[in-house]
Design a protein around this ligand. Structure first.
Ligand SMILES: O=C(O)CCC(=O)C(=O)O
Ligand SMILES: [Mn+2]
Length: 205
């Protein structure tokens, strides 16, 4: 485990067999909850990543804003359940007393990136965000709690985990670029990132 600006970096958290099982589980989720194109609040500009979710809640973004909701924005159906191997990953990495409620699935095709942002739509900000990467490698940047703070970058490979917790929970972070063709895990190429999130506090106040 390595400390990257307060973020915990766990290279090779998932091995090849686990990655293949996880890729199959994600394909099954995508068959039930197809990828959608999120849009920026107000402007409606399309994100370059496509998304779906599993869990009791899923993160969505459209012209009206960012939010968690309990169904798919296009099909209206509940999100598929979080696969047990992801619940196990959370148990191993999160150091938090309850289960995650949402797993955001980001799909990065050619040229997709994610600008610097904070994950702050969760009421349970004491719970970490646990991220797992599959497929092509990507340059992940993490800074401080202010947008202009100095940042460091690390190349995330298939199977690597990142935990944003403690002081790094509200760190600005993003994906500068994906290194196309760097992995053969995903039949269609590209990169998948999963972020496990706790949204509601364990004991609501
Ligand atoms: O793709 C990644 O590694 C980061 C994804 C992310 O920051 C997010 O979904 O909020
Ligand atoms: Mn994020």
């Amino acid at each position: 485990m390595l400390d990257i600006n307060g973020a915990l970096y766990v290279p090779g958290f998932l091995d090849g067999a686990a990655l293949r099982r996880l890729a199959e589980a994600i394909a099954a989720i995508l068959a039930e909850a197809p990828a959608f194109t999120p849009r920026m609040p107000r402007t409606g500009k399309a994100f370059s990543v496509r998304m779906t979710n599993c869990g009791s809640l899923g993160w969505v973004s459209d012209v009206t804003g960012y939010r968690y909701q309990n169904g798919h924005p296009e099909t209206g159906r509940p999100w598929p359940a979080i696969p047990s191997m992801l619940l196990d990953a959370w148990a191993a990495l999160a150091d938090w007393p309850g289960p995650p409620e949402a797993c955001l699935i980001n799909l990065y095709g050619t040229g997709a990136r994610m600008g610097l942002h904070q994950d702050r739509d969760e009421a349970a900000l004491d719970a970490p965000v646990v991220s797992l990467s599959l497929g092509d490698s990507a340059v992940f940047r993490v800074g401080g709690q202010k947008r202009g703070d100095p940042s460091r970058s690390v190349t995330l490979h298939s199977g690597d985990a990142i935990v944003l917790g403690g002081a790094a929970r509200l760190a600005f972070h993003g994906i500068d670029r994906v290194l196309a063709g760097s992995s053969r895990l995903l039949p269609e190429g590209g990169r998948i990132n999963l972020t496990l999130r706790r949204v509601t506090p364990l004991r609501p106040a």
